[in-house]
Design a binder for this molecule. Structure first.
Ligand code: ADP
Length: 419
């Protein structure tokens, strides 16, 4: 029967579980503790495999320590437990099981093969967030040793097993996702890199046409259009290369303690004339003292230039304002505000997704790739910052980046750039 000490043992197991990524080891430890506390001849912990709808015994402690698989169905006690998601006691496995389920069968093959006579069984599903993730089965040959109290004692253990299975599943998914993301980024990088030289070459050829046929207006017009399209392609290639480099976990240049005031002024400078050429005013407000932050210099430049170039690009009349300020002792805020076309409300949740462009610009004259903001968010979050935005269609947008500050400056690289 469950000992009083199980509570502290459960806590110990829990502590061990959250510190370990080896699921089998954790489940075996749990099965051993259950086996001792219930004086059981066999304790089996099954994992429910979603892909095949089978239970797979991942931890078996006792007289038959072999891994088996059973379908989730009343063909077996564990299978039935997983399919109905409820706990039950079986007083005699060879007796009448129809009170539990009319089709329930106990397969005696195993017993015959192992010279064993199963009698009492406890079956408890491991459920987390209403989802059955596995089953614990405790078996004895004595008869009459398991009752409702024993079943109740096994419930906290089943919850622990459910946490362990849930965490293992999450951990697996996370690793797969991370690996896939890296693979995708590396694939894009290689592919786009291959694109770069032919595109740059084609642009040179198009420009060369202008000189080969001086005075031919039709050729000049076509060559200029080709060169423009090539520039767009080159911008896309550059954006994707930067994004994939960042997604692969690399930085774009050395990580330094930077004065964000200086960096913001430098990165936003080219857009002053661009804005003026469109009849927009670009106002820039910087604090009088330096604002130090640990950042990848080229990464930060990319953040500023993306946000400011977007603000100028998506604004036809009015103004763009760039403001850097120390929010408090710990954080700096970079705010880029415009009076442009804004973003439709329905598109706001997707705006940082790669290749996403809002419905009010798709297919329009304002060209873009939908890659910039995804990279901006990635870089900002990498350095402990956060980005948020609000926007109203037809009225304008405001992007706000919060970055952790550090005290004092240094020109020494903190970590070298990944080539
Ligand atoms: P793009 O190259 O298309 O500008 P971004 O990733 O930089 O790609 O931005 C994604 C989308 O977010 C844009 O296509 C546009 O729909 C929207 N967007 C970004 N900045 C602004 C802004 N300042 N005003 C309006 N829409 C914006």
């Amino acid at each position: 029967m469950m000992q009083a000490g199980i509570d502290t043992r459960l806590l110990d197991l829990y502590e061990e579980m959250i510190g370990s990524t080896d699921l089998t080891e954790v489940l075996l430890r749990i099965a051993r503790v259950v086996g001792e506390d219930f004086d059981a001849e066999r304790t089996t912990i099954y994992l429910l495999r979603e892909d095949t709808q089978e239970l797979e015994s991942v931890a078996v402690v006792g007289n038959v320590a072999r891994s088996i698989r059973v379908p989730v169905s009343p063909q077996s006690l564990a299978g039935y437990c997983a399919s109905c998601g409820r706990a039950f006691v079986v007083p005699d496995a060879y007796g009448d099981l129809s009170g539990i389920h009319p089709d329930l069968r106990f397969d005696q093959t195993w017993d015959r093969r192992n010279g064993f006579r199963t009698r009492d069984i406890l079956c408890v599903p491991a459920v987390f967030r209403e989802q059955t993730l596995g089953v614990i089965q405790v078996i004895n040959r004595r008869g009459g040793c398991f009752d409702a109290a024993a079943l109740a004692g096994l419930i906290p253990v089943s919850r622990l097993v459910a946490y362990a299975l849930y965490h293992a599943r999450l951990y697996d998914e996370l690793l797969t996702l991370k690996a896939l993301r890296k693979q995708k980024a590396s694939f894009m990088r290689v592919m786009v890199h291959e694109l770069k030289s032919p595109v740059a070459g084609s642009k040179m050829l198009a420009t060369g046409l202008l000189y080969a046929r001086p005075g031919d207006e039709a050729v000049a017009h076509a060559a200029a259009r080709i060169a423009n399209r090539m520039d767009e392609l080159l911008a896309l290639v550059e954006d994707i290369l930067n994004l994939s480099r960042v997604q692969q976990g690399g930085v774009l240049s050395d990580v330094l303690v930077l004065d964000l005031r200086e960096e913001t002024a430098r990165a936003s400078e080219p857009y002053v004339t661009q804005a003026a050429a469109k009849g927009l005013t670009l106002q820039r407000h910087f604090p009088s003292d330096p604002v130090w932050a640990r950042f990848d210099r080229q990464g930060y430049q990319l953040v500023v230039s993306n946000l400011v170039s977007n603000a100028v690009k998506y604004t036809a009349t009015g103004s763009v304002t760039v403001r850097l300020l120390p929010e408090d002792d710990h954080r700096a805020v970079l705010e880029v505000r415009d009076t442009g076309i804004g973003i439709p409300r329905a598109d706001l949740p997707s705006i940082f997704q790669e290749f996403f462009r809002a419905s009010n610009v798709r297919g329009g004259d304002i060209k873009g790739t939908g890659v910039g903001l995804a990279g901006v968010r990635e870089i900002v979050e990498r350095f402990g910052g956060a980005i948020e935005m609000d926007s109203e269609e037809g009225r304008g947008s405001r992007f706000c980046v919060r970055i952790p500050r550090v005290s004092g400056g240094s020109d020494c690289p903190i970590s070298p750039a990944v080539p």
